[in-house]
Write a protein that binds this ligand. Structure first.
Ligand SMILES: [Ca+2]
Ligand SMILES: [Ca+2]
Length: 220
């Protein structure tokens, strides 16, 4: 009888269970940061709780014009740095972005809301032919490409040197921009400039001039 009951229950509920599959795995490390991510996310802004208010009008503007945007906090309880593991802060951010992109494949743009003392950079190795050891200052450059290429950890051999030959992912998964602001006043000013430019760009010949490959201005 139990078998028959189970068969009936499964037969009746099977389609419902199929329609409500378990949420996809988000990787080994995930936190509360991903709980409220909108499904159609296209534009992510990563900043701190001190600066978030300045970026809210930008997120609202992007969303209103059809680019669903959301602000994510680096600091605080439930923020990226406290929710993700990593050997340093850039790696925690990188792990978060990998999960976020997996959670919302529609994510296309990432704005880093803060200068390097607020949102740290990654130094990437560029002297791929150097043979006798590594001087990180001389052989690396600061680059936010680390936050754009999400198909690699950028340090496959785990030696703490990122971007060595074969470790890079130069196939960008996100368009990454950074507003190098250092405080709330600077952040508000930069956001207002962007909003003014997008909503009501100032007239002028700049809109009709393009540059030739030889650096000469031409009328478009
Ligand atoms: Ca390495
Ligand atoms: Ca990639």
């Amino acid at each position: 009888m139990k078998t028959l009951t189970s068969f009936v229950v499964l037969t009746l509920l099977g389609p419902l269970l199929y329609l409500h599959p378990a949420p996809p795995a988000l990787g080994e490390v995930s936190g509360g940061v991903l709980e409220d991510v909108r499904d159609d996310l296209a534009y992510a802004i990563l900043t701190t709780s001190d600066l978030a208010e300045a970026f809210r009008p930008l997120a609202e503007w992007k969303t209103s014009k059809g680019v669903p945007a959301q602000i994510f906090l680096l600091d605080g309880e439930g923020g990226v740095l406290s929710s993700y593991d990593g050997r340093d802060e850039p790696e925690r951010i990188h792990n978060f972005l990998r999960d976020l992109k997996e959670r919302s494949p529609s994510l296309t743009w990432l704005l880093l809301g803060g200068d390097s003392e607020i949102i740290p950079c990654r130094r990437l190795y560029v002297n791929w032919t150097y043979q006798e050891g590594s001087n990180l200052e001389e052989d690396t450059v600061i680059s936010d490409y680390y936050y754009a290429g999400l198909d690699s950890s950028w340090d496959l051999d785990g030696d703490g040197v990122y971007g060595e030959e074969g470790e890079q992912d130069f196939g960008a998964d996100l368009y990454v921009g950074r507003l190098p602001v250092s405080n709330l006043t600077e952040a508000e000013g930069a956001v207002q400039k962007i909003l003014r430019y997008e909503r009501d760009p100032p007239p002028g010949m700049w809109a009709f001039v393009r540059w030739s490959p030889h650096g000469q201005a031409q009328r478009a």
